[in-house]
Design a protein. Structure first.
Length: 150
């Protein structure tokens, strides 16, 4: 796992993700990476037990933003939207190392990103933000503007 720090002065949000884009052009987060291994039947019984019990714990511990806004991860509405942990999410972050161990056991790389300003906030609660990265946001606006002018 490699740490990437964009700003060290302000509040730091954290994100754990693949260093490689998926087929949709996004960087899959730590939970998605482990869930993909499970879908492919690649987890040991112990790893699958960890995944199931911890996924259930996370489901109970915090809100899935897509249950608040079903379009939050829609590529047209919010291109590249991604969730980041707030520093206040220490209790949520405490369980992430178990997911990282599973990924390491399967030689799946995972980066931890740290940023004071990861993008335009489209959802926020007490433990997380969902943002559209500024570069993707600007590209979407340029595309929208070009379509409007046609």
């Amino acid at each position: 796992m490699e740490m990437i720090d964009s700003d060290s002065e302000a509040i730091q949000y954290l994100r754990f993700q693949s260093p490689h884009r998926n087929s949709r052009g996004h960087f899959t987060g730590v939970f998605g990476l482990v869930n993909n291994l499970a879908r492919e039947g690649r987890l040991s019984d112990e790893q699958e037990s960890f995944r199931r019990s911890n996924n259930s714990w996370y489901d109970a511990a915090y809100t899935d933003p897509s249950t608040v806004d079903p379009t939050i991860y829609d590529d047209e509405t919010n291109p590249g939207a991604a969730a980041w942990f707030k520093p206040s999410a220490a209790h949520l972050l405490a369980r992430v190392p178990g997911y990282l161990e599973i990924l390491a056991a399967h030689d799946i790389d995972c980066l931890v990103l740290s940023s004071a300003d990861p993008g335009r906030v489209i959802y926020e609660d007490d433990v997380q933000v969902v943002v559209v990265p500024y570069a993707l946001d600007a590209a979407a606006l340029a595309h929208q503007s070009a379509n409007t002018q046609e």
